[in-house]
Design a binder for this molecule. Sequence first.
Ligand SMILES: [Zn+2]
Length: 283
Amino acid sequence: MSKLAETIHSMVVAPGRLAVVWLGGAGFVFKTASGRIVAIDPYLSDSLDHYYSWKRLPLSPIPMAPAELQADLVLATHAHEDHLDPETIPELVRSSQAVVAGPAMCAEAMRSWGLPKERIVEINRGESRSIAGVGVSAVLAHHVSPAGAQTPDAVGYVLDLDGIVVYHTGDSLYHPDLQRQVKAMSPAVKVAMVCINGQYGNMNPIEAARLTWEVGPAAVIPMHWGLVGENTADPADFVAALAALPNAWSGGDTGAGQNDSGARTRPLVLLPGDMVLSSFARV
Ligand SMILES: [Zn+2]
């Protein structure tokens, strides 16, 4: 078993804390105080290479085998291979008791792969429900790209993980409705994961910083960089953009939200395979 999988399975998370592991790309694993393992968009193969000849950068090796994840719940944000991976999900489902959930196109793809119907849950934008004991809300992701297959039902997720609220943007362009929907689902996001790669329908570092500022989490992890050379960005640009934001947005335009917390968000730049164990309290 990989060292990372061993660490995740053996660790005990104290009440009031949450373990967050970046798998690389948009993939994350969470371990809660109640011992649940929840994953979003685990990409544990080389399918981008097989489909598009996009090779993993040395920074982002395959972090573990799909069978090692043994999650209780796996969420997919949309039906692109690096998020709903045809070489990860079927093996992961066959080798564990995991429930797999995602919007309609993801659920349909998983059924077409012959996965057991009773383990597939469809959740679409604007819906909130408890899945495998976890509070899951699906929110808008505005993922429109001039290239490639379109995923008009892409979502982000707001999760309540034993009282710690997490927001994962999925793949999305900036849009003011993102923060509106997140705040409608939960006013108190503790930690956010935001895409920064700036192409193929995703926010660039400046837009990701703006969304972060509007949502106002205690901590933020820039993601969707460092996986393949064709689609990456520098997280230092995100950190700089976040630091440059004033306490009140003065960029003009839109009816975008306001960060009324008066507090700054702490950026956490992880490397693939890194883990943060925290209460994600404001500092
Ligand atoms: Zn995508």
